[in-house]
Design a protein around this ligand. Structure first.
Ligand SMILES: Nc1ncnc2c1ncn2[C@@H]1O[C@H](COP(=O)(O)OP(=O)(O)OP(=O)(O)O)[C@@H](O)[C@H]1O
Ligand SMILES: [Mg+2]
Length: 287
């Protein structure tokens, strides 16, 4: 059994290193403590802003509760990661190419099982998702809210974690709980704060400052603010139109804030660790 697992790891390593392109594929997990704070809108519009800068991006909807990126984009994908495994399909066959070439795939019903796969399905998952190494610049994971076991594993395995909060106290305290839990598992985790739905610049600053203070005081961890997205009625309008605000209302405050947030992200020193290889190894082998 141990031998078999070892063989599989060796095989996976070989495949992941045999990519022809030298793109450094980075995995970004977007999360929050409380639900409904804007993770899916941030994930989608962030991804589209990267695409506008000629980056190749795949976005995975890993919300184990309710997947909703497809609703925000107005697309209806036929397959999911789970059906890819059940039917032994290739990733290419199941990934939907959506708006402006953004690639999209939902985890699907029972995605939590991904952590306990074995044998043929494990091998298949590794082979297919691993094939993204070097082919895309970013894999963005829209994870569910809160402290689910699966969610935490995805966060631990990502190169960067975007923690979305809004100025309301429950979102801040629940966000803090996620940071604390992640910090207990991995002190080196690269977590960036995003304040969504602030009414003023001052409110955004105050919210992030309070969060950062608590994080330094109680966890001895400093967490950088990546950016703030204002509360903007055009976000709701875009959600209703099932079209991302970046494209539907490019001059809205929210769209401009997302573009700025992407620029800030790209200007940061790269924290690329192991990309897809590290991600897969960590989520599947508890490493
Ligand atoms: N910057 C914003 N300004 C105004 N409204 C916003 C903003 N961001 C999000 N919203 C509103 O909040 C709603 C929820 O956003 P979203 O679906 O992105 O949250 P979520 O964190 O992914 O939720 P869930 O936890 O259910 O997955 C949106 O439908 C929209 O109406
Ligand atoms: Mg969501």
């Amino acid at each position: 059994m141990a031998d078999q697992a070892n063989q599989l790891r060796q095989e996976v390593k070989r495949r992941l290193h045999s990519g022809s392109s030298n793109r450094k594929t980075k995995v970004i997990a977007v999360t929050s403590g409380k639900g409904g704070v804007g993770k899916s809108n941030v994930s989608l519009n962030f991804a589209l802003s990267l695409v506008a800068l000629n980056k190749k991006v795949v976005i995975f909807d890993l919300d184990v509760g309710m997947a909703n990126l497809d609703v925000l984009m107005g697309v209806t994908p036929k397959e999911t990661i789970m059906t890819m495994l059940e039917k032994q399909l290739s990733l290419e066959a199941v990934v939907e190419t959506g708006i402006n070439g953004l690639q999209y795939l939902a985890g699907g019903h029972g995605i939590g099982k991904i952590l306990t796969l074995d044998g043929q399905q494990l091998n298949h998952f590794f082979k297919e998702v691993g094939s993204l190494q070097g082919k895309v610049d970013y894999i963005i994971l829209d994870t569910g809210a809160g402290l689910t076991y699966e969610g935490m594993r995805f966060l631990q395995a990502a190169d960067d974690v975007f923690l979305v909060i809004n100025p309301e106290p429950p979102s801040i305290t629940d966000g803090y709980s996620v940071l604390k839990a992640l910090n207990e598992k991995n002190k080196q985790a690269s977590v960036k704060l995003i304040v969504n739905r602030s009414l003023t610049k001052e409110e955004a600053e105050r919210t992030s400052l309070n969060f950062q203070k608590a994080s330094v005081q109680f966890l001895n961890k400093s967490i950088d603010l990546l950016g703030a997205i204002p509360d903007d009625p055009f976000v709701r309008k875009a959600v209703i139109a099932q079209s991302p605000y970046l494209l539907e209302y490019p001059n809205s405050k929210a769209a401009k804030a997302i573009d700025e947030l992407v620029r800030s992200y790209l200007n940061l020193p790269s924290v690329y660790k192991l990309g897809v290889k590290g991600f897969l190894t960590k989520i599947l082998f508890h490493k």
